[in-house]
Design a protein around this ligand. Sequence first.
Ligand code: B12
Length: 287
Amino acid sequence: MSAVRAHEARRRRKNPLPGEVSLKDAAAEVVSPIVRPYGDTTGDGMVQVSFTLPLQHDKRAEGAAVRLAHAMGMEPALLVHAKPIGPNYTFFILYGPVNHLVDIREIELVEREFELLSSREVNQAIKKRLGRKLVVVGACIGTDAHTVGIDAILNIKGFAGEKGLEYYREINVHNLGAQVLIPDLVAAAREVRADAVLVSQVVTQKDAHIHNTTAMSAAFREAFPAGEVPHLIVGGPRFEEKAAASLGVDRIFGRGTTPGEVASYLVHALVQPTVPTSARRTTKSKE
Ligand code: B12
């Protein structure tokens, strides 16, 4: 290592600049806990943002876009694209450095609370401890027609190299598809005596995913006696994983979820030895 490089490595190890990789030694790299975006060089803070303003496209609208970017901490803000969307709206893209830093030590993570099991282990656990098939009902509710996510979890072909829940011998899957009405979902869950209801919500316009999920969980609590409500799981790319309690569901799964994770979770939540499994089947709903 040259003297200059050795000196630079020493400086980066002792005193890394925000967003800079601090070199522990020539072979190993330790990332600084304080980061900012990377554009042309490490830590230069460069980002690109896009948004639409309710303004006709002219110089004033462009000035408004730049001002907004400044207010968001982008300084200087370079307007790289402006396109009218109809007479009274303009779409903008701006590029520049942001002056904010993120300390990754302050990030709160939702840790996975269950062990990942193979499909064989899942089947064995259900067979041995539940003594019957585990029944799940899945659907996209409301006006949401984005079925790819729920199909990725349920369909036999699966997702990310993992088979879907239909592949599991000990899981009975009822996939109701798109735009299912909440009363129909409740009725189906009751009819097949679902252990778990898996709902997908991809559209988030006007918080549709929040409203639909809250309405769905309320409908289940209304239709089933306390303690007999099926396990409610909701999934989609834009849920906050920590929001389960406020939405009235038992678990939220987000972007990139795999079927194996969901199967393992179902065992964790519904098939543990401590769960009095036979009790769930004897008294079910207010029929
Ligand atoms: C494919 C697609 C469509 C297809 C859907 C086909 C189908 N059968 O699903 C079609 C063309 C029909 C469509 C229509 C529309 N779409 Co669209 N669509 C998409 C697109 C490109 C991909 C979605 C997708 O399939 N992702 C792949 C799957 C595998 O990922 P996923 O859904 O996130 O699922 C994973 C996890 O989230 C999780 N998961 C999801 N659900 C569940 C459920 C459970 C129980 C669990 C455990 C896990 C889980 O596991 C999955 C696997 O990891 C997205 C943009 C994008 N790139 O995401 C837009 C997008 C979702 N669509 C959008 C919009 C606006 C629409 C329309 C309103 C457009 C229009 N004006 O007509 C319509 C609405 C139709 C309707 N009534 O719902 C917007 C939504 C914006 C918003 N804020 O809500 C997006 C984000 C595009 C965008 N950037 O604007 N769309």
